[in-house]
Design a binder for this molecule. Sequence first.
Ligand SMILES: C[S@@+](CC[C@H](N)C(=O)[O-])C[C@H]1O[C@@H](n2cnc3c(N)ncnc32)[C@H](O)[C@@H]1O
Length: 445
Amino acid sequence: MVAKLFGQTPPHPSSSLLDPGCGEGVFIEGVLRYCDARGWRPPRIVGVELDPIRAETSARRFAGLDFVEIRHDDFLRSLVEEYDYIIGNPPYVSIGQLSLEERGEYRGAFVTARGRFDLYLLFFEQALRMLRARGRLVFITPEKFLYVETARALRDLLSKYHIEELHFLDEATFGELVTYPLVTTVRAGASTERTTVRARNGSLRSASLHTANSWLPLLDDDGGEHVGVRLADVARRVSCGVATGADSIFVVRSEEVPKDIAALAHPTISGRELSDSMIEKTRSRMLVPYDATGQLLPEHALSALGSYLGVPHRRARLEARTCNARKPWYAFHDSCALSEILRPKLLCKDITASPHFFVDWRGSIVPRHSVYYIVPTVPDHLVSLASYLNSREARVWMARNCQRAAGGFLRLQSQVLKRLPLPSEFVPPSHVDVEDLAGSAVSCA
Ligand SMILES: C[S@@+](CC[C@H](N)C(=O)[O-])C[C@H]1O[C@@H](n2cnc3c(N)ncnc32)[C@H](O)[C@@H]1O
């Protein structure tokens, strides 16, 4: 990080450097070592630390150096002074750890204090205010600000600077702490220049980040304009499983399904249950009031299912769903495209530490809302797709591109999965092939 701050250019003797949230001074120590190794005179250094014990430790550490000043102060409430260099590892403190007064105060003082913000976003904003023209800032933070909606204001702010580099670090950088760290290097001043992106696999590319929208699509090898094959090119469906809005009514243990509604009861599986053996022998069935084309059956055509769902306590539960205010009382929360779902497909948990794709060979399973499913356009791709999606390469891509849920888990989303680049052996089927295959797959389902 110090090398990113100075490069090969010695700091001017009259220049100044800030380390906000300096802790016990490890970054300041790094700056001194870097300058010393090159025979450079260090700049004037200011460290700001809120914690009195750390501030004291830091102050003692640099006591003999008159060009280093440690301030026991609140960086977010400090006076704005300008610095040529800013380097730091800001605190990661989510809104839940702040008092109501602090939240209110920050919302009034920082454009980045929006939604469920985190203090590191505010540290970025405050540091950018303090960055002198042509100055440089290097921060290590979680990578989340690149894509979460909460960080839109920060992306908007940063897009007006020259983001020289985004360097994705190994997940193990902070030991036990589960974060996905990123080192961001920013140069003050507007610029149309591209950003160098160092991916976790060591590859280098460049991206243009002059937008407040999520930066993830722009960080692909090709800046979002990948010319090779992506998952969307070979999958007729990349989708979240069925949301009934009332699984407690629509999902029934297999042995408890009344015989007269068995034809409308499909094997179903939840994300938690996913495994090869459970796919072979699912425990429950989903009662589906939709026809093969995905149309909701008219009430009179429900026959025995209508009587089953219409039992007063079940009907009351179904009618209590606010999501269904303008739909028939027995409709699912979302529509249910059975003709697409009942095909050989891949299944994966929607939120998971490490995605694993299972094969539903028979294509008989209706996945629940906690399962993502992928239907290859060419059924022959089922095995090769499963094997590629379970490869290290695909996992690394997912780890870098999928949103993070609590606890560092990955959250699968179809718009992200669809962009997953595939090796060149996957050839998208031509339009004519697709028509042919669609016909045969429907009859097989
Ligand atoms: C992630 S630690 C980094 C410490 C040090 N830079 C390092 O890398 O070892 C963040 C530091 O910011 C300090 N901090 C938190 N809120 C602060 C604030 N409002 N003003 C100044 N320092 C703060 C914490 O006490 C903590 O020492």
